[in-house]
Design a protein around this ligand. Structure first.
Ligand code: PEP
Length: 249
């Protein structure tokens, strides 16, 4: 199956940044990363609608970076899955470590958000990952397995989704795990996905995220059980993001 390469712009991007998204779409023809590669960009919520419009007709999928579990209500500042969908999103990142640590998001809340995303017809990308302290304590597999168990609702069976393994210590730091470390965790994530969901859990892609760059993408993406990448900083520049996509071939 083709890899899924998704860019997470985080809280970066104004209207002028849409040119970078258009450059990604334009570059896909020449550096498509091989057959079946799916490419997505998740801008801040303010840009979802404009990006979706400016990329319509291109293969680039647009996504949100978070959503509220409820469809509507008195939740000042929040955005629902239905709102993202109406704006043109087809993907949504959920349970990113910056949400888990900065906003106290628990596995149960992430699971509720995943259900909301599915209700709205969005394809969720569910993030998990251990901190450096947890890795150094030898708990990486246990922590990540528990996050998968708690964050994946049964409603995912038969639906399109992916899990992104993002070690917290590798996000935005330039540090990356070894291929063996990535494969160890991805194997554990796969086992847990299958235990939770049965056969559908054996098929959905597991993305790697954390300091993926053009220079390390091909090696990371060829590791076993790596079905794609979730890319932060390097997705802000079309040249870098296209370089990563080329590594998915
Ligand atoms: C992320 O935050 O999802 C991420 C992978 O960031 P970066 O690529 O900048 O490490």
């Amino acid at each position: 199956m083709g890899k899924l390469i998704v860019g997470n712009w985080k809280m970066n991007g104004l209207g002028t940044s849409l040119a970078e998204a258009q450059a990604v779409a334009a570059g896909l023809g020449s550096s498509s990363g091989g057959p079946g590669v799916r490419v997505g960009l998740c801008p801040p919520a303010t840009l979802v609608e404009r990006m979706a419009r400016s990329l319509s007709g291109s293969p680039v999928l647009v996504g949100g970076q978070d959503c509220r579990a409820e469809a509507s209500g008195a939740f000042t500042g929040d955005v629902s899955a239905e709102m993202l969908s109406e704006a043109g999103a087809v993907l949504v990142i959920l349970g990113h470590s910056e949400r888990r640590s900065g906003y106290g998001e628990t596995d149960a809340l992430v699971a509720a958000k995943v259900e909301a995303a599915l209700r709205a017809g969005l394809e969720p990308i569910i993030c998990v990952g251990e901190t450096l302290a947890e890795r150094e304590a030898g708990r990486a597999v246990a922590v990540v397995s528990a996050q998968v168990r708690g964050s994946l609702p049964q409603a995912l069976a038969g639906r399109a989704f992916s899990v992104a393994y993002e070690p917290v210590w590798a996000i935005g730091t330039g540090l990356t795990p070894t291929t063996a470390q990535i494969e160890e965790i991805h194997t554990a994530v796969r086992a847990e996905m299958s235990a939770v969901l049965g056969a559908p859990g054996a098929r959905a892609p597991i993305l790697y995220g954390g300091s993926v760059k053009p220079g390390n993408a091909a090696e990371i993406l060829s590791a076993s059980e790596v079905g794609g990448a979730l890319v932060g900083g390097a997705s802000l520049k079309s040249v870098d993001f296209l370089g990563i996509i080329a590594g998915a071939g």
